[in-house]
Design a protein around this ligand. Structure first.
Ligand code: BJW
Length: 231
């Protein structure tokens, strides 16, 4: 059986009602990246950043997995999490809600909190505020457990190992603007993997894939999974 690494981005959750970042009307047209997605922005105005993530956490609570999340969950259940590795840049939990048992959240998770002082992590309350105390060290240094620009994404050693061992790399719903994820197709191809992109439109890195299929994730992904499982 082929070892598959799937990388997902905001586009897979768009049809669940969660906004993407760089599409028209996306999050980065409403908020300055420097203000809400950098450690410097958080140091300058933690209340603003907590407000941004509190609102997204509230929205994500109501979101439901769409047919694309469910199809990937079905594939991982059928072939197992060692064969079907799901790496997501998304901070929502829609892959898990769609039936996936193991998901690598390289940019963190909205429903987790992190102490910037001692590194302790815990389940985030629905609302977080700058003077919330870490339950372990008591420092008023709580932040969302997400990865901002200039920070190191999570699980990178493992992810690069998975890409090295992959037979097939599939990128779904990501614009290819943010590294290191934008280089995964090239990383996987270097050690012999076939590469496939499923996206609404051509991305910044479409030329790096063996094949690109254009359309909505909720159409493309179930069809692709049906092909794999049927064959
Ligand atoms: C659909 C659809 C539908 C819509 N169906 N499709 C110069 C050159 C190269 C790199 C750098 C550089 N200067 C700085 C860097 C590094 C920097 C970087 O990449 N900057 C770029 C802007 C150039 N990267 C970093 O700083 C990262 N860290 C790092 O590199 O550390 C060094 C290191 C790495 C590894 C090992 C050791 C050291 C950290 C990046 C952190 C990104 N954080 C964010 C916020 C996370 C928390 C949150 O959610 O708020 O992550 S930014 C944001 O972008 C978020 C996303 O995960 C990420 C990617 O966005 P995504 O998912 O691609 O969304 P969109 O909106 O861009 O695209 C959606 C796509 O879906 C579109 O194509 C649509 O067409 C499509 N779509 N509807 C199918 N229905």
């Amino acid at each position: 059986m082929k070892r598959i690494v799937l990388l997902t981005g905001a586009g897979i959750s768009a049809e669940s009602g969660l906004g993407t970042f760089r599409d028209e009307g996306g999050l980065w047209s409403q908020h300055r990246i420097e203000d809400v997605a950098t450690p410097e922005g958080f140091a300058r105005d933690p209340a603003l950043v907590h407000g941004f993530y509190n609102a997204r956490r509230a929205q994500a609570r109501w979101a439901r997995p769409n047919p694309a999340h469910k199809a990937l969950g079905r594939l991982q259940q059928a072939w197992g999490p060692e064969t079907v590795q799901i790496v997501t840049q998304n901070v929502d939990s829609l892959h898990e809600a769609g039936g996936a048992s193991r998901v690598w959240h390289m940019h963190g998770q909205l429903d987790r909190a992190l102490c910037a002082d001692c590194g302790h992590r815990w389940d985030a309350p629905s609302e977080m505020a700058p003077d919330d105390h870490c339950p372990r060290c008591r420092a008023p240094a709580t932040r969302p457990d997400v990865v901002w620009f200039g920070e190191i994404p999570y699980h990178m050693v493992l992810i690069w190992e998975m890409l090295r061992d992959a037979d097939l790399f599939v990128s779904i719903g990501t614009s290819g603007n943010v590294y290191p994820a934008a280089a995964f197709a090239q990383d996987a191809a270097r050690t012999g993997a076939q590469t496939l992109e499923l996206n609404l439109e051509r991305s910044a890195i479409s030329d790096n894939f063996d094949n690109t299929r254009l359309g909505k994730a909720s159409d493309l992904v179930p069809a692709w999974v049906d092909d794999l499982l049927g064959g």
